[in-house]
Design a protein around this ligand. Structure first.
Ligand code: FMN
Length: 174
């Protein structure tokens, strides 16, 4: 294992790509100005109050939409939504309007066929270097499809869980 003192951004990205994550599309805005960006930096933060976060690149086209709207939806993608995930990462043409199935109470598009969604209002924004850490308070939530296989991101590639999802156990505490 190599330990370097000055951290090369490409090396940092390569190392972090060995941490397996799910894949989400963050949608924001409504009507003609709705937009979406593929994000794997989603994390749940707090149950009480109900807070989640994601990190958004400062140059992202979603930034101004989010600033104007103050709300967003986290859409957890299924293994079948890989094309959609790449499209909202800038590698393909798809509009939010084409994939929206319904809308949150605040009018933000919710992507159809996803595993689950969280609708949030922006509660805080924290400096995160070349990204902004966006903290949202959850206002609506839903599991769209029990048993749907999630989309996984690992070492720069997307795919399905090889052995299927683990069995579901009730969460008793935390
Ligand atoms: C699997 C995956 C995860 C990504 N995660 C993030 C992320 O957490 N935050 C972010 O700002 N961009 C992330 N991106 C990049 C954005 O999807 C997008 O390519 C970039 O922000 C530029 O497009 P935009 O201007 O539409 O946002 C990710 C891309 C991929 C493929």
């Amino acid at each position: 294992m190599t330990v370097s003192e000055s951290v090369d951004p490409r090396a940092l990205r390569a190392v972090c790509s060995h941490f397996v994550t799910g894949v989400t599309v963050i949608t924001s805005g409504s009507g003609a100005i709705a937009a979406g960006t593929t994000v794997n930096s989603f994390t749940s933060v707090s149950l009480d109050p109900p807070l989640v976060l994601f990190c958004l690149h400062r140059q992202s086209r979603l930034g101004p939409v989010l600033a104007g709207c103050g709300m967003f939806v986290v859409n957890f993608l299924t293994a079948h939504q890989q094309r959609l995930a790449w499209a909202f990462a800038g590698r393909g043409n798809l509009t939010v309007q084409e994939v929206a199935q319904r809308h949150s109470a605040g009018g933000v598009p919710i992507i159809g066929e996803s595993v689950a969604f969280l609708a949030c209002r922006v509660a805080n924004e924290v400096d995160g270097g070349d990204h902004v850490i966006v903290i949202g308070e959850v206002t609506e939530l839903g599991i769209a499809g029990h048993g749907r296989d999630p989309l996984i991101f690992f070492r720069g590639a997307m795919g399905a869980l090889e052995d299927g999802p683990p069995p579901t156990y009730p969460i008793i505490d935390g």
